[in-house]
Write a protein that binds this ligand. Structure first.
Ligand code: ADP
Ligand code: MG
Length: 479
């Protein structure tokens, strides 16, 4: 618990409209200078015209103790994800009801099973994840760190987040707050992520092999990925970018199931796509299967992607489950469990019936979540009632989980978005911590926390996401 000191040292300045206008113009130019960039909605596949990625004019106050708590639990989450990803029986049982009604999870699971039945040849495993939290504010004004979700595939903004600190440092300097500016934390997730990819490339053990980044057809967020890509080139590791469609047409396996793309051996396949049904297209599943069957280090392998589903998150919160995966680490179990809020199963049976009744009776207390990533899919308020009154008695309900709604204390800021104007806005923030780990066969060789991401959004939006156009990049100012 931590008392939420909502007063930022620059709060009075927020109401000085003229000064804010001047500083906002400086902030936007600084973002461009720092390379905090995105391609435009109109031309997402060329860098001829680019713009700044959305960001907040000022950093947001974050309680220091909760920030430290989030950082400290990251290695525990890395261990947990890695451990769960090696337990076929658990994943099978946990996802059984979901697989029946969710075509996307069913496809992933089918590939997972097929690869295990054939016998896995991948021996190096690289996890790059981001655990996201909000600061849940109780009636006594105390805040607690509560996990929203953990992203085990395509966790983004490690690149751009490595450049946003310098924007806020400059803005605070211009506002005469140089002491505060010097207290902003340095943050370089792109380096830690690239170091993880580089180490697994080396462990793969073929100096001519390459890293292949799997990318979407529409690539607005390319700059975020380029930071990581360029870090790899600096280490003399060749990188190519390919879509699932490219892979389905031009990739192959040799007799030892080494993966080749356009004639080059692939050491690491790093996915920045593949987390939504629409990422796959006609040939996408064939491409995914081919890569999964290969020796290449997949980041993530398909089991680790499944660990990131909301259904697994909910199951991990049941009594005794964390202990099963971290049997010799009671302190890690406690640290992890402390970040959980209420998570409820909607599987068929008595417990699921109770969850339905509870949600219909008080929909505003909860969030209803399908097994989807990428923002914009969650269901809130009266719509929860509608969905559960319709599907609450059928198996369809098990495509969702129910979660307690987290209530952060809103704070004022200006959210700078291209064409969005300048408005003083009530905002809430979500803190993400990046984790990287590497396992070779049974041995864990790396387990690190490599940086953070703060995203801030207008309180009136219930769903989040920077790529979805709702949230903006931000930095924590620890108090
Ligand atoms: P996705 O995989 O689509 O990112 P999330 O679980 O992260 O799904 O939810 C998307 C957004 O919805 C979050 O960024 C957050 O803003 C909001 N959200 C999710 N869960 C909760 C919750 N329990 N309480 C309040 N807001 C939530
Ligand atoms: Mg999310």
């Amino acid at each position: 618990m931590s008392n939420f000191a909502v007063r930022a040292p620059w709060e009075d300045i927020l109401f000085n409209k003229k000064l804010i206008e001047d500083v906002a113009a400086i902030a936007v130019d600084t973002a461009l200078l720092q390379g905090v960039l995105m391609r435009t909605k109109e031309e997402p596949n060329t860098s001829e015209v680019v713009n700044y990625a959305p960001f907040s004019l000022l950093p947001s106050v974050v309680p220091r103790s909760l920030f430290e708590e989030a950082k400290a639990v990251q290695q525990d989450f890395n261990l947990l994800v890695d451990s769960v990803s090696q337990d076929f029986q658990f994943l099978k049982e946990t996802l059984a009801s979901t697989v029946k009604v969710d075509e996307f999870v069913a496809q992933l699971f089918k590939i997972y099973k097929q690869v295990l039945d054939e016998g896995m040849v991948q021996s190096v495993f690289l996890g790059i994840n981001r655990s996201d939290y909000m600061f849940d504010c109780g009636p006594d004004g105390n805040a607690a760190l509560k996990q929203i979700e953990i992203n085990t595939i395509a966790a983004s903004f490690g690149g751009l987040a490595s450049r946003t600190t310098d924007i806020h440092r400059h803005v605070l300097n211009v506002l005469g707050k140089s002491e505060e500016a010097s207290r902003l934390l340095s943050n370089r997730p792109s380096e830690g992520i690239a170091a993880g990819i580089a180490q697994s490339w080396k462990l793969y053990g073929s100096c001519k092999a390459i890293v292949m980044i799997l990318v979407e057809d529409i690539q607005r967020n390319i700059f975020d990925q380029r930071y990581i890509e360029n870090e790899l080139w600096k280490r003399k590791i060749p990188v190519i970018r390919r879509t699932f469609c490219d892979v389905s047409k031009r990739a192959s396996l040799d007799k030892d199931r080494r993966l080749y793309m356009d004639g080059q051996e692939v050491a690491v396949a790093y996915f920045r796509t593949g987390y939504m049904p629409q990422d796959y297209g006609a040939k996408g599943w064939e491409a995914r299967l081919l890569m999964e069957r290969s020796q290449a280090v997949k980041c993530p392998d398909i089991a680790t992607q499944l660990v990131g589903t909301k259904k697994v998150q909910q199951e991990l919160s049941r009594p005794g489950i964390l202990e099963r995966f971290l049997p010799t680490k009671p302190e890690a179990v406690n640290r992890i469990r402390k970040t959980f809020t209420g998570l409820f199963s909607l599987d068929m049976g008595e417990d699921g019936d109770k969850t339905v009744a509870m949600a219909i009776a008080a929909p505003d207390r909860f969030v209803l979540k399908p097994q989807r990533e990428g923002g914009g899919n969650n269901i809130y308020g009266d719509k929860i009632k509608m969905v559960l009154e319709k599907d609450g008695r059928s198996e369809k309900r098990s495509s969702y989980i129910l979660m307690d709604k987290i209530h952060p204390q809103p704070v004022k800021n200006y959210l700078l978005k291209v064409g969005g104007g300048l408005h003083l806005t009530e905002c809430i923030s979500e803190l993400g911590i990046f984790g990287v780990y590497i396992r070779q066969e049974r041995e864990l060789l790396l387990n690190k926390q490599v940086g953070h991401l703060l995203r801030t959004k207008d309180v009136q939006y219930e769903n989040g996401g920077v790529a979805a156009g709702v949230a903006v990049l931000d930095n924590p100012f620890l108090l």
